[in-house]
Ligand binder design. Structure first.
Ligand code: ADP
Ligand code: NA
Length: 305
C-alpha cells in the first residue's frame, strides 16, 4: 500500500522586519527587530506533514544561494525528501514581511524566484514521485499550469489529490474535476464563489458551488471557528482545537493541510483526518513562526486525547 505524500509548491525565505510603521516612498526608517526563517505554503505543508509522521517528498525549484541552503537545512531537519531543481541563474524565493511592532499587522511581498519558473516539463520530471505517492498536494504559489499538470498526473495514477487554492487567484476551471479535496480558507473560498462567507450556511453554499464544479469534497477552513467538511453524502462542522494562548496564526492553514494529508495517507477516514488537521493547526497557532511551529505526531496525539 502507498503511504507517502508528494507536494508541489514553493519555498521562500521569510524575512520579517519589525518597525513602528511602513516607510513612505523614498524614506528610510529604523526597524525594531528582524528574523529570517523558512516559509512558502507548499514548503510549510511539507514540514507539517513530515512532523506529523508522514513520508513526504517536496517538489520545487530553488537557487544556489544562502536561502537555498536554508531550504535544504529545513528539509533535512524535518525529514522531508527534497526533490529540488537547483537553478544557477535565479535566486531562491524570498518574502519581505513588514510587521507593525505595536499592532502585529503585516504587509508582505512574495517573490517566488526560481520556483516562479516551475513549468510543465519540471512537473513531468517529477512524475514518478507523484505517481508513487498515496496523497498529492499543491497550491497556487507556483504557476497554475504546473499545478494543473501535476493534479492531472496524480489523478490518473489513482493518487488522492488535495488542492489548496492559495493565495486566492484565477486558475483553469478544469482543475476542479481533478480534486478529491479542495481546501480554501474563508477568504479564498469567497473569492472563488463571488459572495462573502460569514456564516456556516454561507460556507455550505460555497461548498456546494465547488461540488457542482466537480470536486469530491470541499474542506473550508474557518479560522478559530474550525472547519466545514462537505461532500455529496455529508456536511459536518468540526470545531477548532484549543491548545493554549494563541500567539501566531501565520501558517495555520498550512498546518491544517499538512496534518489532514498525513492522516489521510495513513488511511484515516476523511472526518478523522479533519480532526487531526485541526489539532495540528491548534498547536501551531500557540507557537511563533510557521515551519518551526509545526508539532510532532506525539504532540498532536496528546492534543486529541
Ligand atoms: P489560513 O491560515 O489559511 O488563513 P485559517 O485561518 O482558516 O487558515 O486556519 C486554518 C485552521 O487552523 C482552522 O481551520 C483551525 O483549525 C486552525 N486555527 C486557526 N486559528 C485558530 C485559533 N485561533 N485557535 C485554534 N485553531 C485555529
Ligand atoms: Na504559528
Amino acid at each position: 500500500m502507498r503511504t507517502g505524500i508528494s507536494i508541489l509548491g514553493i519555498f521562500v525565505a521569510d524575512t520579517a522586519y519589525l518597525a513602528p510603521r511602513m516607510p513612505a516612498l523614498g524614506e528610510t526608517i529604523a526597524g525594531s527587530g528582524f528574523s529570517v526563517g523558512p516559509g512558502g505554503k507548499g514548503s510549510n505543508q511539507a514540514v507539517a506533514a513530515a512532523r506529523a509522521g508522514a513520508d513526504v517528498s517536496f517538489i520545487s525549484k530553488i537557487g544556489r544561494d544562502t536561502f537555498g541552503d536554508l531550504a535544504l537545512k529545513t528539509y533535512e531537519q524535518a525529514g522531508v525528501t527534497a526533490k529540488l531543481i537547483v537553478m544557477d541563474d535565479k535566486p531562491t524565493g524570498a518574502a519581505f514581511i513588514y510587521v507593525n511592532d505595536r499592532t502585529g499587522d503585516n504587509a508582505i511581498i512574495v517573490y517566488a524566484g526560481a520556483a516562479g519558473t516551475i513549468g510543465i516539463e519540471d512537473v513531468e520530471g517529477a512524475r514518478e514521485t507523484i505517481e508513487q505517492s498515496a496523497v498529492f498536494i499543491t497550491q497556487l504559489e507556483q504557476p497554475a499550469p504546473a499545478a494543473h499538470r501535476a493534479l492531472d498526473i496524480a489523478r490518473k495514477a489513482g493518487v488522492t489529490t488535495i488542492f489548496n487554492p492559495a493565495p486566492a487567484g484565477a486558475f483553469p476551471a478544469e482543475i476542479y474535476r481533478l480534486c478529491d479535496y479542495i481546501i480554501p480558507n474563508e477568504t479564498e473560498a469567497a473569492a472563488l464563489v463571488g459572495f462573502p462567507i460569514e456564516t456556516l450556511d454561507d460556507a455550505k453554499r460555497a461548498a456546494d458551488v465547488f461540488l457542482a464544479q466537480g470536486v469530491g469534497a470541499a474542506v473550508i477552513t474557518l479560522g478559530a471557528r474550525g472547519v466545514l467538511f462537505h461532500n455529496a453524502g455529508q456536511s459536518a462542522h468540526v470545531p477548532a482545537v484549543s491548545c493554549g494562548p494563541v500567539i501566531d496564526t501565520t501558517g495555520a492553514g498550512d498546518a491544517f493541510v499538512g496534518g489532514f494529508a498525513a492522516a489521510l495517507a495513513r488511511g484515516a477516514p476523511p472526518l478523522d483526518a479533519v480532526r487531526f488537521g485541526c489539532a495540528t493547526a491548534g498547536i501551531a497557532v500557540t507557537r511563533r513562526g510557521t515551519a518551526p511551529a509545526m508539532p510532532s505526531l506525539a504532540e498532536i496525539e496528546a492534543a486529541m486525547a
